[in-house]
Design a protein around this ligand. Sequence first.
Ligand code: MN
Length: 263
Amino acid sequence: MYKNTFGPTPRAIGAMTLKTDALPKFIVIGGPCSIENEEQVNKIFDSIQNHVTHFRGGVFRAGTYPGDLWGWQMDLLKMYHKEANARGKPNIVDVLDFRDLEKIDPYTDVFQVGTRQCQHYALLKELGRQKKPVVLKRGLYQTLAEFMGSLEYVLKGGNNNVILCERGNVSYLDHVRWELSISMIAKLKQLTNMPVIVDASHGTGDRTIVEPMALAGMAAGADGMLIETHPDPDKSLSDAEQAIHMDQFKQIVDKAVKIMGIR
Ligand code: MN
């Protein structure tokens, strides 16, 4: 059983995420799986800007096969950062390699450690030395204790601005791509005072159950949600099967606010 050895840690990220009047004490991360073009970004950001605290969007992704990879598209990254900041919101960028940090830092407000990088300790150590917040996703196979180990790598470097993200794990079940662990959210809230968010997009891989699973995560104590959204979900460049339209995204956020009011 994991024992909390690092003690209470300031919820510094809270101050940054509480800026919208509409959504106090609530982290909502929305945007497409992949940043595709300026038109797509503007459509999505215009639609959801009053329902999010952060924008997300992939500009360099870890594909399952090396052929799925494409290099840093700096023009897309710069545009994504500019459009997010123009709306008064931070942008979140996935980091695969600490060697990329210097290059992407000027255009990144929050770093994200994807599920496959969650035990990339050299990267975690380097992010510990950064000042910017880090969204740390639980690894596909990670137990609670192992996830806490990854967290400690970042905290030990002196960076307490960590948002923990539950995004599901491998399992024997075959009705979902990944099995979202609701109990993980409750245990993370019990063991740490880090903000915890639920990613029901990757946590299911199935747009028909993104809403109930996101709301279940909120009921279990999550401080917010990460949801992938797209103007034309079927045409998403990546993760199309889990993308939802912005209208549904906003409905989920409104329902989550109600759940927070009664839990
Ligand atoms: Mn995705």
